[in-house]
Design a protein around this ligand. Structure first.
Ligand code: C5P
Length: 237
């Protein structure tokens, strides 16, 4: 394992929301993050959860170039630097945070705009667990189901589920460490980098797993919208 950075007591926390996907699996006309859920565009629920966490100094939303959906709201900080992949959007967003004065030893919580069921309590739990940690970590859930490997629509193997976790977001790392880890994968088009932790792992570190909630789904398929709506409405009654 590479040498982790030293702990700094005055490091601040920022949030980066990749919001530049097209959401092709969701079956919606517009990108899924803007689809109304419980009356407002999905990303607004995500933003509300982060706004309720006092230790987050600022939230930056990464949207696709030319995307003006959030532009009219001056209270939302937006960078139109989204890339072809989620990893590229995050990489560009980290550069934007740096240009805004965020330091390499500050923490960045990267969170999918499409995980609109995240709660302030879950964000706080991740911060509590990672602040004293030299590397950082992610919300995740031990795999509850049996895992199958497939080929041609048929099962070819059952994968041992012991010690297997489903990665969620937020994922919390220091800006410098995460930027360098992603930069090392840029030349290969971020191949195999499906979350921040995978880049940090490839750089030789072992991110901390912090137990999340089964409700922290990434809205992906058409049926996920009704589920997200039901959960959000249940929280307001
Ligand atoms: O497509 P997927 O559900 O994996 O996207 C996860 C998050 O990453 C979403 O919030 C999406 O908007 C964002 N994303 C992005 N840039 C891309 C692809 C996805 O910001 N090129």
């Amino acid at each position: 394992m590479s040498q982790p950075p030293t702990l700094l007591a005055d490091a601040r926390c920022f949030a980066l929301l990749p919001c530049a996907g097209s959401g092709s699996r969701a079956g919606t006309a517009a990108p899924k993050q803007y689809q109304p859920v419980a009356g407002v565009p999905m990303v607004r629920h995500t933003l509300a959860a982060f706004a309720a966490v006092s230790r987050i100094a600022r939230v930056l939303v990464v949207v696709a170039p030319g995307d003006g959906v959030l532009a009219a709201d001056a209270s939302i900080s937006v960078a139109a630097c989204g890339g072809a992949t989620r990893a590229e959007s995050v990489f560009n967003g980290l550069a934007a945070l740096r240009a805004q004065g965020v330091r390499d030893d500050d923490w960045v919580l990267v969170h999918d705009a499409a995980r609109c069921l995240i709660t302030p309590a879950q964000i706080d739990a991740l911060i509590d667990a990672c602040l004293p940690d030299a590397v950082g970590g992610l919300l995740a859930l031990p795999l509850p189901d049996t895992l199958k490997s497939e080929s041609g629509g048929r099962v070819v193997a059952t994968i041992d589920r012991d010690h297997k976790w489903l990665a969620q977001t937020p994922q919390m790392f220091r800006l410098g460490l995460l930027h360098d880890a992603l930069a090392a994968r840029a030349a290969t088009g971020f191949a195999g980098i499906t979350d921040e932790a995978s880049a940090v792992e490839a750089a030789g570190f072992q991110p901390l797993l912090v137990r999340g909630s089964a409700q922290n789904i990434k809205v992906t398929y058409p049926e996920d919208f009704a589920l997200a709506e039901a959960v959000l409405r249940s929280r307001t009654t």
